[in-house]
Design a protein around this ligand. Structure first.
Ligand code: CTP
Length: 409
């Protein structure tokens, strides 16, 4: 069962517009339901179909449902459509293609504009979202995967297809995602504030790994989820985001520059290389405070019953190092994961690391801390603090960014 769509408040003066592109796959009929779900949220939907889509559903169906003419082909219609496709491209607050075939994905990735839909989507400056649907072999084909990666790197939102029984008889990945999920993703993009446009934001996330020998390392339980959520939220709000990431097993956010690191020293080097050009730096990474004095060149062997001592040396403090070079126009945020005296320890770090805000959490509280999708944090600035309730990490990210913008106002 899909979750009910979250209601969106509608101001008739600013009725949002979705241009819905429908391409020729058996899932084309599901676009009717997506259209209805969006309309129920007060959104005006205009439909553009490919010729092949018309083999599956008639334009009349979409014309009746949307209450607008349906654009099909640039040359088969009166000349006004030539201009109309640009008008549609401009009118869109979101351009959604559902279902998106391998063909339209390939054309978008290569910049081919040879019909009404491909020309209109190329002309738009609105955010673009695609919901692919195709046979499993086509979806898994390296050409499709490479095209998807290209579109993702350009900031196109991709609603990854579901796995299940397909109309062609195969079972596997390639099934159009649930229509309610697609509509919700569209609403999320439409709701996103663009209040971080023009800001450069660097986010650090995840753990570090400090090698002991070729097969072992010291690390910690950081999952990277909080930092990834912040990077994603900042990108959605229009910021230019660089995400410095330790080794984690989560999908990188779309439209974000990814810079990997392994050790605390590497994190420091990468951060120093781009810190000067940032407006905001948010450090949610969990760098190891210590590393082995010597990394054994061969696998360390058991000591035959003897205890073993590994000598550790202190790593640089990345946040404190960056903090020393902070300019007045920059805003730096740190995290403090504590198990006791949370607020006092966090305040101490705020001052010591020259931060503008620190996000404190007690990692022993259920629902807060490592590897869960929720967090309970207190936002501490030099002037005060705000304790937030249990929230999803995505919502915590939004609140942190709101607080950053308030500090910069
Ligand atoms: N941090 C850092 N470099 C380190 C350790 C931590 O930049 N070597 C940053 C973290 O990214 C976080 C903040 O400093 O934003 C606080 O991290 P935390 O591990 O809570 O603090 P520490 O300074 O390591 O203090 P302690 O481990 O003694 O609590």
């Amino acid at each position: 069962m899909s979750a009910p769509l979250k209601a969106m408040s509608v101001n008739p003066q600013s009725k949002k517009c979705v241009v819905l592109g429908v391409t020729g796959g058996i899932a084309a009929y599901k676009a009717c339901e997506i259209l209805r779900l969006l309309q129920k949220q007060g959104i005006d939907v205009f439909v553009v179909m490919t010729k092949n889509a018309c083999q599956f559903v008639t334009p009349l169906t979409f014309e009746t449902l949307s209450g607008h003419p349906v654009a099909v082909d640039t040359f088969a219609r009166p000349a006004t459509w030539e201009v109309e496709h640009i008008a549609l491209a401009k009118r869109a607050d979101l351009f959604l293609i559902a279902p998106a075939t391998a063909n339209i994905i390939g054309k978008m990735a290569c910049g081919i504009a040879d019909d009404m839909l491909s020309t209109t989507v190329m002309a738009t400056r609105a955010p673009v979202m695609i919901a692919p649907a195709m046979n499993t072999g086509m979806w898994e084909n390296p050409a499709t995967q490479q095209n998807i990666a290209t579109l993702v790197s350009r900031g196109v939102h991709v609603v990854t297809p579901a796995t299940g029984h397909l109309a062609c008889g195969d079972s596997g990945a390639g099934k159009l995602e649930d229509v309610a999920v697609i509509a919700q993703r569209a609403l999320d993009v439409l709701r996103a504030k663009r209040d971080m446009e023009g800001l450069r934001v660097m986010v650090t996330a995840g753990p570090t790994r400090e090698a002991l020998d070729p097969v072992r390392y010291i690390s910690n339980r950081s999952s990277g989820k909080m930092g990834y959520a912040i990077a994603r939220a900042a990108q959605r709000r229009g910021a230019q985001v660089t995400l410095l990431t330790g080794p984690v097993s989560i999908e990188p956010p779309q439209g974000v520059q990814i810079v990997p690191f392994m050790t605390t020293q590497e994190l420091l080097d990468r951060a120093l290389a781009c810190a000067q050009e940032q407006d905001v730096i948010i450090q949610s990474a969990a760098p190891a405070d210590y590393r082995a004095r010597e990394i054994a060149p061969q696998k360390i062997k058991k000591q035959g019953g003897e205890d073993m001592t590994i000598e550790l040396v202190e790593n640089p403090d990345v946040a404190a190092t960056l903090g020393r070079a902070k300019r007045g126009d920059q805003t730096f945020v740190g995290f403090a994961a504590e198990t006791n005296d949370v607020l006092a320890h966090a305040r101490g770090k705020l001052i010591k690391k020259n931060l503008d805000m620190i996000v404190a959490n007690d990692v022993t509280t259920p629902g807060a801390g490592f590897d869960v999708n929720t967090n309970i944090v207190t936002l501490i600035t030099r002037d005060g603090s705000e304790a937030l309730p249990l929230l999803s990490k995505d919502e915590v990210a939004v609140r942190i960014l709101d607080a950053v913008l308030a500090l910069r106002a």
